[in-house]
Design a protein around this ligand. Structure first.
Ligand code: COA
Length: 671
């Protein structure tokens, strides 16, 4: 049986990545799923199957249009864009599916039709071909009841737009072989998605939130207008329920899915009757709320939070999904501003509990908390923790920000390390990034704007962010960084404080801070020079010109200890490295260090982007002062203060705003 790791890429693969996939249904979601798969796996042979030639042709046209847009935006190269429509075959004939490794149905939400499709599919495909059905609500046990080989079948649930939305639910139902669920998790993770495993219940995990949120909103229409409800909901979601229902023509869907929940779980889930009578809602666009009388706003807010919290505790109490997945999915798939567990935490157990209790009285039958509310908060939000051969593997999981570090994530890593540091059964730790793109994209830039113009505050922020790194400096038990993709800024600073570094062959490191108009706050101007003085010239170029350091070159320089070809062997190599470092952890050298020449350079990044001379000057002064500092502590302090100084430059303001506005900074207007 396949073992289950929180990080899907730690398990030994039981099947190769699919080479031939058939998607049944050329409507909207089918081609969107297909486009995502073809972009991630360009060599894939993809069949698009439908009963209408026109639908198939339109779908292929959509692939072309998406690829042209990606090319125009610089997200794809010409050859990547061309590969998207190569080996893409539209067909009306199920017999073409005979060689498929995976048949993915995304044609219908009608259960009888799904059953007919799968009977036909099973008659044609190999007995071990994967079969999945995409649905937002129908349990796998119903869809696949008649399959001869149900062990290779399950449900996936993609979210719109499926080519971009990272979330996909993968349903673990009793007849699916565990290896199939593990394989799907790996395929999704390796192709840029974030698979969330759920139990096989009606509406799985996330649509229990979404459908009931919408249904509750509709039940409130006796007392408030759709515009008023959407306006109040705007505190919690980017778009209110009625606005979203208009976009998705969702009224009949909620009627169907809540009828299903009512049939399976009780009358309290029955759909609001008004869904059958209304086609479109008169409501507001997001960001332009109407005035709502305070008492009414409070009542709406209480009901909306009530249903949200009721579903949340029910999902966790029944083991329908994991807490971190629920928060992540609500933010990324359903566009909630914060996950429901984060919302509960922010309100406090007292207020959240009172709202939930009041809701359960108003809506008899709706689930309430089975445990004290604080118990539901006991989970790791930003990291995954697994164990491999006596080593704790910590996976940074913030795919929405390329695993960028912020205080809460840093604190979670530190808490896990502290918990096991003195446990004799744990040999050490490996830190790796989730997915196949990034180890870590640095510090979370979203936290920077409030530091601008505040030298002391910014320096203190850098000191605070260093809690984990300073702890690593003092540890005896080895921590090894496993670099699984790009390693930027604070991610590089974290790696250089680990006691060993291993990397995937194609990984690379870069310090882009100077392109944001700031200097490196948490050790990059200090630690690399002390640990690897032989690579000083490379570090100068990384810091001052944002030049990349390839893992292969880092190996030659002695910065990286070993290379690996794929994710799993990377982590296994890191585990071996932990073992080899037992009793041999060396701290960062404490004394002053001789630097190679820091010859003047033109203020221009390796990419050609003009840089701020003022920021480079702050950096050069800090590099020199830190190298001359008699202790590591004093040297790090130089870095914190230089970061504070850089936060007060006009360049920092321009660089950070440009990143947030998704444009190139213009440092020519700043000194
Ligand atoms: N902090 C916060 N969010 C980050 C981030 C960071 N360091 N790096 C990436 N992200 C976010 C992006 O804002 C984007 O979020 P969105 O989808 O909500 O807009 C998401 O991650 C994906 O990044 P995107 O830029 O769309 O992907 P890309 O493939 O075009 O580029 C990077 C990837 C990493 C090269 C680019 O995001 C980047 O340059 N990031 C900043 C890296 C940096 O300067 N780090 C040092 C910080 S001190």
């Amino acid at each position: 049986m396949a073992s289950s790791f929180a990080n899907p890429l730690l398990a030994a693969p039981t099947r190769p990545l699919p080479r031939t996939v058939a998607i049944i249904g050329a409507g909207t979601i089918g081609p969107d799923i297909g486009y995502y798969l073809k972009s991630a796996l360009p060599g894939l042979k993809l069949y698009l199957v439908d009963i209408s030639r026109e639908a198939v042709d339109r779908a292929i046209e959509r692939f072309r249009a998406y690829a042209a847009k990606a090319l125009a935006k610089g997200k794809m190269t010409e050859s990547q864009a061309a590969a998207v429509t190569e080996n893409l075959i539209g067909t009306l004939d199920y017999r073409d599916l005979a060689d498929a490794d995976w048949v993915l149905e995304a044609a219908t939400e009608n259960i009888e039709l799904k059953k007919r499709i799968f009977a036909e599919v099973e008659a044609i495909v190999r007995p071990d071909a994967l079969i999945t059905s995409n649905t937002s609500s129908l349990p796998a046990a119903q869809i696949f009841a008649a399959l001869r080989h149900p062990e290779r079948a399950t449900v996936t649930h993609f979210f719109a737009p499926a080519w971009r939305n990272p979330v996909v639910e993968v349903v673990r139902w009793e007849k699916t072989a565990p290896e199939v669920v593990e394989h799907l998790r790996q395929v999704f993770c390796l192709t840029g998605k974030v698979p969330l495993v759920t139990a096989d219940v009606a509406c799985f995990m996330l649509d229990r939130i979404f459908d009931n949120w919408c249904n509750e909103a509709a039940l409130l229409l006796d007392d408030a207008t759709a515009a008023e409800i959407d306006s109040v909901a705007g505190e919690f979601v980017h778009a209110g329920p009625f606005f979203v229902l208009n976009l998705a023509n969702g009224n009949p869907i909620i009627t169907e899915t809540n009828t299903l929940q009512a049939e399976m779980e009780g009358r309290h889930y029955r759909p609001a009757p008004i869904f059958r009578a209304v086609e479109r809602w008169l409501t507001v666009v997001p960001g332009r709320p109407v005035e709502v009388a305070p008492a009414l706003a409070a009542a709406i807010r209480a009901r909306l939070l009530g249903i949200l919290f009721s579903q949340t505790v029910d999902i966790l109490d029944r083991g329908i999904g994991e807490a971190a997945d629920l928060d992540f999915g609500c933010r990324q798939a359903l566009a909630f501003r914060a996950g429901p567990l984060d919302l509960m935490k922010a309100l406090g157990a007292g207020e959240a509990g009172a709202l939930l209790q009041r809701f359960c009285i108003e809506r008899p039958g709706m689930p309430g908390a089975r445990r004290p509310l604080d118990d539901y908060q006991d989970f790791l939000r930003h990291i995954l923790v697994d164990e491999l051969d006596g080593v704790k593997v910590i996976t940074l999981r913030r795919p929405e920000a390329m695993n960028a570090l912020h205080d809460e994530m840093t604190d979670e890593i530190l808490a896990v390390i502290r918990r096991y540091e003195h446990d004799p059964a744990v040999a050490g730790f490996v830190i790796v990034g989730y997915g196949n793109r990034a180890f870590c994209a640095g510090a979370d830039i979203g936290r920077f704007p409030r530091l601008l113009g505040d030298a002391e505050g910014a320096a203190q922020y850098a000191r605070d962010c260093s809690r984990l790194l300073v702890h690593l400096d003092r540890m005896q038990k080895p921590v090894v960084a496993a670099l699984n993709g790009m390693v930027l800024g604070g991610g590089f600073e974290l790696a250089t404080r680990c006691h060993g570094i291993v990397a995937q062959r194609q990984a690379w490191m870069q310090m882009p801070e100077v392109t944001l108009g700031i200097v490196h706050g948490i050790g990059a101007m200090v630690v690399p020079y002390r640990r690897w003085p032989q690579a000083a010239a490379e570090f100068h170029a990384m810091l001052r010109r944002a030049e990349r350091l390839q893992a292969t070159r880092a190996l030659e320089l002695g910065v990286v200890d070993a290379l690996a070809d794929d994710y799993r062997s990377l982590v296994l190599t890191a585990v071996e490295r932990v073992k080899a470092l037992q009793g041999k952890v060396a701290g960062v050298p404490a004394g002053a260090v001789e630097l190679g020449a820091l010859a003047p350079i033109e203020p221009k990044a390796a990419s050609g982007q003009p840089l701020s001379a003022e920021v480079i000057a702050i950096m050069e002064q800090a590099i020199r002062a830190a190298a001359a500092a008699p202790t590591l502590e004093a040297a790090l302090e130089v870095g914190y203060r230089a970061f504070g100084d850089s936060a007060c430059t006009a360049a920092a303001r321009e660089g950070i705003s440009a990143f947030q506005e998704k444009r190139k900074p213009d440092f020519t207007r700043t000194p």
